[in-house]
Design a protein around this ligand. Sequence first.
Ligand code: ATP
Length: 212
Amino acid sequence: MKSALNARDSSTALGMTTGQGNSLKRIGIFGGTFDPIHHGHLILAREALEGLALEKVLFIPAAASPHKPNFESAAAAARLEMVRAAIEGEPRFEFDPMELERSSPSYAIDTMEVLRKREPGAEFFYLVGEDNVALLNTWHRFPELAKLVQFIVLDRSGRQAEHPYPVIRRHLDISATDIRNRVATGRSIRYLVPPAVEKIIRERQLYREPEK
Ligand code: ATP
């Protein structure tokens, strides 16, 4: 049975106990290009935090995504600065720049092996957007990755899921592509990104060029 998660039933949907009596740390991992990070990411991360009773969500900006080989993203430093600004003030959101400090492309399995060593007693929940699920089993060393994490799918279409993973059902029609296009064509991005992220986009003059 596919499970739609919400704050009330997520832990039982995953067949786990939460809160007292469960000594394993539950950590959400949220990888992405975050070019830029937007309210879709933030609302869904918050949903995961509550719905899955996570201790924290770790945002991990990717250097070059192996899934977007022809895509030229904003400088890593700018994307990292935006992630940092977006999550400021939310104590249970953290970021880790490790993928930006490694040579690209960014493979999730390399990241998870580092995190597993760092937090040997933790249970990892890897958040992945619905648009990425079809290719999940082509990810580098997928079988090993699947042993290290529980994948959690973030609904994007509102459609019935056709995969075996638990789903966070919160349909938010916000994408970084749309935000970049809006900036390039002079339209507003207010309410799509936190004000601090909008400020960085303006100050650094990001996304001015239309995408090819
Ligand atoms: P782009 O438009 O450039 O592809 P994006 O908005 O999908 O970017 P990413 O940084 O690629 O943002 O997102 C990181 C992860 O979050 C991906 O797995 C993506 O599918 C997922 N994601 C992003 N936005 C949403 C959304 N509105 N609903 C559900 N999942 C999302």
